[in-house]
Ligand binder design. Structure first.
Ligand SMILES: NC(=O)c1ccc[n+]([C@@H]2O[C@H](COP(=O)([O-])OP(=O)(O)OC[C@H]3O[C@@H](n4cnc5c(N)ncnc54)[C@H](OP(=O)(O)O)[C@@H]3O)[C@@H](O)[C@H]2O)c1
Length: 243
């Protein structure tokens, strides 16, 4: 599919209040989309196939961005592994399945770079997926994300669905989560430095050994990539999205 997408087509952004979802909504609005569909969590719990299916039947989205999930940094992942696995498996399962049932023309799913093995060759290429053990601290989350990619592949193969997957690196930007117990590394660092400046503190505590290599991407650049994938990318393989 490389023809431009009709700007009045109904496009559903699952997870529209989040860091990524709100950036995707901003990007779609800027690109002239006039029929952006969203649903609040109290209307549609994305873990419920019944909720999701009923909502899809009523609103008939033609395009879907699946950018919802239970998300967090090392601390949240280590404290709530059951939730990270269950919520994300369910959210991916329900939205992908209903997208097939309701003939969605294209779905863009977002995984995460933590799907790659802990000791993956650098820079991490798409072919590194499932070549070694995962980072133990976020293994349940990564397993759910890998299942999401494989579900898109399986529905492409079995049902001919145009479902594609992008794997963003660490993100930052407006609507980020700055809670020190649940945030990702960059918003946590920003908050710690900001508070140290406000209080005049000369030290902050930074977690980790200092040897980890990280890549950070502004969420608006990711939103550009999401729109690009919607309009231009129709292949089977997931695509890394980084700087
Ligand atoms: N942030 C990053 O650095 C990063 C990096 C790589 C990949 N990603 C991927 O990008 C996606 C979005 O991440 P994010 O950082 O934008 O997360 P976020 O800011 O926490 O937003 C998650 C969104 O999902 C919604 N949601 C969660 N569970 C739901 C449920 N059961 N029913 C309905 N809505 C639900 C939330 O709704 P509420 O507003 O109601 O809570 C929120 O809108 C995830 O798939 C994540 O893996 C993120």
């Amino acid at each position: 599919m490389s023809e431009p997408i009709d700007r009045s087509a109904p496009v559903y952004v699952a997870g529209h209040n989040g860091l990524v979802g709100s950036a995707v909504v901003r990007r779609l609005e800027a690109a002239g989309f006039t029929n952006i569909l969203v649903a609040e969590r109290h209307e549609v719990d994305l873990r419920s196939q019944l909720h999701v299916d009923t909502w899809f039947a009523a609103h008939k989205p033609q395009y879907v961005f699946l950018v919802a999930g239970t998300v967090g940094g090392i601390w949240a992942n280590s404290q709530r592994p059951g939730e990270f696995l269950y919520d994300n498996m369910m959210i991916h399962g329900t939205v992908v399945h209903s997208s097939w049932v309701h003939n969605v023309k294209k779905l863009v799913y977002l995984g995460s770079s933590c799907i790659y093995p802990r000791l993956a060759n650098q820079p991490m290429r798409e072919s590194e997926l499932l070549t070694g053990p995962l980072e133990p601290t976020n293994e349940p989350y990564a397993i759910a994300k890998i299942a999401g990619i494989k579900m898109c592949h399986a529905y492409r193969r079995q049902y001919g669905c145009n479902f594609v997957s992008g794997m963003p690196t660490n993100l930052y930007g407006p609507n980020d989560n700055f809670d020190l117990e649940t945030s990702h590394v960059l918003p946590a660092l920003m908050r710690k430095f900001h508070e140290a400046k406000l209080t005049g503190s000369r030290e902050i505590e930074v977690w980790g050994s200092g040897t980890a290599r990280r890549e950070f991407l502004h969420v608006d650049d990711l939103a550009d990539a999401c729109l690009f994938m919607l309009e231009k990318y129709d292949e089977d393989e997931h695509v890394n999205i980084g700087t």
